[in-house]
Design a protein around this ligand. Structure first.
Ligand SMILES: *Cc1c(COP(=O)(O)O)cnc(C)c1O
Length: 395
C-alpha cells in the first residue's frame, strides 16, 4: 500500500507489562505445578452484578422485545432518565450539576481517550506514575507531555508547585483516588490545582473512576472545589462503582461555563459524540440507572466494602512491617515501596518465588513507579487473607 499511517504511534511504549507478568507466572507454574499462586495484580472487579442491576437489565431487555416498548438508536448523549439519575447522584454529594452537562458513554476509558479529539496542540501535564490512557492517547495525537513526579515525599500527589516552567493554557490530567497509587487529593491539594488552572488558563481533566471508594473527608468530585466549573471536566464510570467493567457505562460532565477561543467545550464534545458515537444500549442505561437508586447504591456499596476490607487487611499487614505505602483506605489499591531497595521487577520475582503472590511492578505505570509495587484488593477475602499470612512470614 501507499498510504501514510499515523507515525505518532511509534512513540507509544509497547504494553508488555501484563503479558510479561503472565509469561513469568506461567513459567513459574510449569516449574512448580503443586504451588498455589495468589493473584493480586487484578485491576478488574470480581464480584457479580447486584440483583437490582440484573433485574433492571432483564426488564429492559424484555421491553426491547415488545413492539410498543421497543427502542431504536438511543440519544447520543444518554437517555434523560440516566442523565437525571447522575445529576441527582451529584446532588446527593452536595453539587448541583444540570443533567444537560452530563454525557453518557460506554465507559471512562473511551471518553478519556476520545477527549483528545476536541483539543488542539496544547502542553499536556500528567502526574507520573499514571493510568496509561492519558499519556498514550496524547502521544497518538503528537502532543507534548510534561510528566510531574509522584514520590513518597509528596505522597504520590504531585502539586502545581512542582512545575518548573511557565504554563499558558495546558491540559492537566488528574486521577483521584489514584490508579495505581491509591492516593487521594485532599481539598487543599485539589484546590491548588484548580487555582493553578484558573490562573494559567488551563483545563483539568479529572478522572474520578474510584470516587465511590472514598470514605474519608476528601473530595468525591472536583466540583466540590470552588472555581472547578470554570476549568474542569470530570470523567467517571460505573465500572468500579457498580462492577460494570463487562457491562460498559460511564459519563463525562462538561460544565456549560467552559469556553476557550470563543468556543464552548461542551459544544465541541456534543459534536464529537454525535459524529462518532451512537450511544449506549437501552438495557445498559437502565441497569446504570438502577445502580444509582437507593437499593442499587446500597448493594454496590456492599461490594465496595468487601474490596475495601481486603485493602485494609493488606494495609494493616504492611504497617506492622513498617513498609511505606499509599492507598488502601479510599481505594482498592495499595502502592508500596519495595523492601530492601529492590527494583519493581526484582520484588515481583521475589514475591512470586517466595510467597507465590502476583502483583504489578510499579515501573509499568511510569518512570516514577520504579521501586514500587501495586497490590489490588479485587480478589476474594479468603485469598487476600492467605496472601497476608504469607507476606507476614516473608517480609
Ligand atoms: C478502571 C478505570 C477506569 C474505568 O474505565 P471504564 O472504561 O469505564 O471501564 C477509568 N480510569 C481509571 C484510572 C481506571 O482505573
Amino acid at each position: 500500500m501507499n498510504i501514510k499511517v499515523n507515525k505518532n504511534f511509534e512513540n507509544i511504549k509497547e504494553t508488555y507489562l501484563f503479558s510479561e507478568i503472565a509469561s513469568r507466572v506461567r513459567k513459574y507454574q510449569e516449574e512448580n505445578p503443586d504451588k498455589k499462586v495468589i493473584r493480586m495484580g487484578i485491576g478488574d472487579v470480581t464480584l457479580p452484578l447486584s440483583k437490582v442491576v440484573v433485574d433492571a437489565m432483564k426488564k429492559a431487555a424484555d421491553e426491547m422485545g415488545v413492539k410498543e416498548t421497543f427502542r431504536g438508536y438511543p440519544p447520543e448523549y444518554g437517555y434523560d432518565f440516566l442523565k437525571e439519575a447522575i445529576a441527582n447522584y451529584y446532588k446527593e454529594m452536595g453539587k448541583e450539576i444540570p443533567a444537560s452537562s452530563v454525557y453518557v458513554s460506554d465507559g471512562a476509558k473511551s471518553d478519556l481517550g476520545n477527549i483528545v479529539d476536541i483539543m488542539g496542540d496544547n502542553e499536556i501535564i500528567i502526574p507520573d506514575p499514571v493510568y496509561p490512557v492519558y499519556v498514550d492517547s496524547n502521544l497518538m495525537s503528537g502532543h507534548n507531555i510534561s510528566l510531574i513526579e509522584g514520590n513518597l515525599e509528596n505522597g504520590f500527589l504531585p502539586g502545581p508547585d512542582q512545575i518548573d516552567h511557565a504554563v499558558n493554557g495546558a491540559v492537566i490530567y488528574l486521577c483521584s483516588p489514584n490508579n495505581p497509587t491509591g492516593a487521594v487529593y485532599s481539598y487543599e491539594g485539589l484546590k491548588a490545582w484548580v487555582d493553578f488552572a484558573l490562573k494559567t488558563g488551563s483545563l483539568i481533566i479529572y478522572d474520578s473512576a474510584y470516587e465511590a471508594f472514598v470514605v474519608e473527608d476528601v473530595p468525591h468530585t472536583i466540583f466540590e472545589i470552588e472555581g472547578a466549573s470554570e476549568c474542569a471536566i470530570e470523567i467517571c464510570s460505573f465500572s468500579k462503582f457498580a462492577g460494570f467493567t463487562g457491562v460498559r457505562c460511564g459519563w463525562t460532565v462538561i460544565p456549560e461555563e467552559l469556553e476557550s477561543d470563543g468556543v464552548k467545550i461542551s459544544k465541541l464534545w456534543s459534536r464529537r459524540q454525535a459524529t462518532k458515537f451512537n450511544g449506549v444500549s437501552y438495557p445498559v442505561q437502565r441497569a446504570a440507572e438502577s445502580a444509582l437508586s437507593p437499593a442499587g447504591k446500597a448493594e454496590c456499596l456492599k461490594n465496595i466494602n468487601y474490596y475495601k476490607n481486603n485493602a485494609s487487611m493488606l494495609a494493616v499487614l504492611l504497617k506492622s512491617k513498617e513498609i511505606e505505602f499509599t492507598g488502601g483506605v479510599n481505594s482498592p489499591y495499595i502502592w508500596l515501596k519495595c523492601p530492601k531497595g529492590m527494583s519493581s521487577w526484582e520484588f515481583f520475582d521475589f514475591l512470586l518465588n517466595e510467597a507465590q503472590i502476583v502483583g504489578t511492578p510499579g515501573e509499568g505505570f511510569g518512570k516514577s513507579g520504579e521501586g514500587f509495587f501495586r497490590l489490588t484488593a479485587f480478589g476474594t477475602y479468603e485469598a487476600t487473607k492467605e496472601a497476608c499470612e504469607r507476606l507476614d512470614k516473608l517480609l
